[in-house]
Design a binder for this molecule. Structure first.
Ligand SMILES: Nc1ncnc2c1ncn2[C@@H]1O[C@H](COP(=O)(O)OP(=O)(O)O)[C@@H](O)[C@H]1O
Ligand SMILES: [Mg+2]
Length: 257
């Protein structure tokens, strides 16, 4: 077993990184062993996943340590799903030296043999925490909203991914861009942005889109994946379709050996 590492990244907040990380990890864990890593000091992913909202025993900060005495012990959520949770102290990692990103990578790679997939929920800004995920991942999934800021944000992120690929992670691939919070009946602006994205990133834009629904915030409030909270909702089906599309893409792109 050697896990495929998927980072859910976009330096813009509120686009659905955490929602996607939770749901993708949850769906993958129905048939695979999955580790979900909360790499955002806000800890939203951790709060959504720990039913009783108790902090996990071992957290993501341990991945940024080079001290052998700090062991990485993810919280067991189910037989097939583990979580490295986090809290606001993760932000202090950015005050250490840049080398912490390499500590993250080597620690993460040492966990690889225990899982089929490792899913990383990234923070909403550029910096060490996002860099660590980018230098470690095999694939990036980019959730976006179809608004006018999406294009600028995407350009900056793709540039950052290109730089990471050149310097530190030559096999890093963008598995796809997924539009989230899309209105059931697309607005004129959404249609225009979608057309523009097709034009610029045709190969990267995924067919699956996640529509806007109160089922998503409700699922977070009940500490559940939407597939558990509302199994027959459109969003549950869309997330299942997204995982299928993602897997097909990763295979087609030639997953890592
Ligand atoms: N498809 C959706 N429909 C409705 N609300 C959504 C949807 N996706 C995300 N949200 C809500 O938007 C907010 C931001 O989502 P989140 O996944 O936390 O984004 P990020 O991690 O990128 O900041 C949350 O309150 C979440 O419940
Ligand atoms: Mg988030």
């Amino acid at each position: 077993m050697s896990a495929k590492i998927i980072a859910i990244a976009n330096q813009k907040g509120g686009v659905g990184k955490t929602t996607s990380a939770i749901n993708i990890a949850h769906i993958l864990s129905e048939t695979n062993k999955v580790l979900l890593i909360d790499d955002d000091p806000q800890g939203n992913c951790t709060k959504c996943f720990t039913i009783d909202r108790i902090a996990p025993e071992s957290d993501t900060i341990t991945l940024y340590s080079d001290s052998p005495s700090e062991t990485v012990a993810p919280l067991v959520v189910t037989d097939t799903l583990a979580l490295l949770g986090t809290h606001i102290h993760l932000a202090a990692v950015a005050e250490r030296t840049y080398e912490v990103v390499f500590d993250f990578k080597s620690r993460l790679l040492s966990l690889r043999d225990h899982y089929d997939y490792i899913v990383i929920d990234c923070p909403p800004n550029f910096g060490y925490l996002l860099n660590a995920a980018l230098i470690s991942a095999d694939f990036i999934l980019v959730p976006i909203e179809l608004d006018i800021f999406a294009l600028d944000g995407l350009r900056d992120l793709i540039q950052s991914i290109e730089r990471t690929r050149k310097r530190h992670n030559p096999t890093l691939k963008v598995a796809g861009i997924v539009a989230n919070k899309v209105h059931g009946q697309k607005t004129r602006i959404e249609k225009e942005i979608e057309a523009e994205l097709h034009h610029i990133y045709s190969k990267l834009l995924l067919d699956t889109q996640i529509t806007l629904s109160v089922k998503i915030p409700e699922s977070h409030a009940s500490s559940k994946a939407v597939t558990d909270h509302a199994p027959n909702s459109q969003q549950a089906l869309q997330y299942r379709r997204l995982v299928d599309e993602l897997i097909t893409r990763m295979i087609a792109m030639g997953s890592h050996a």
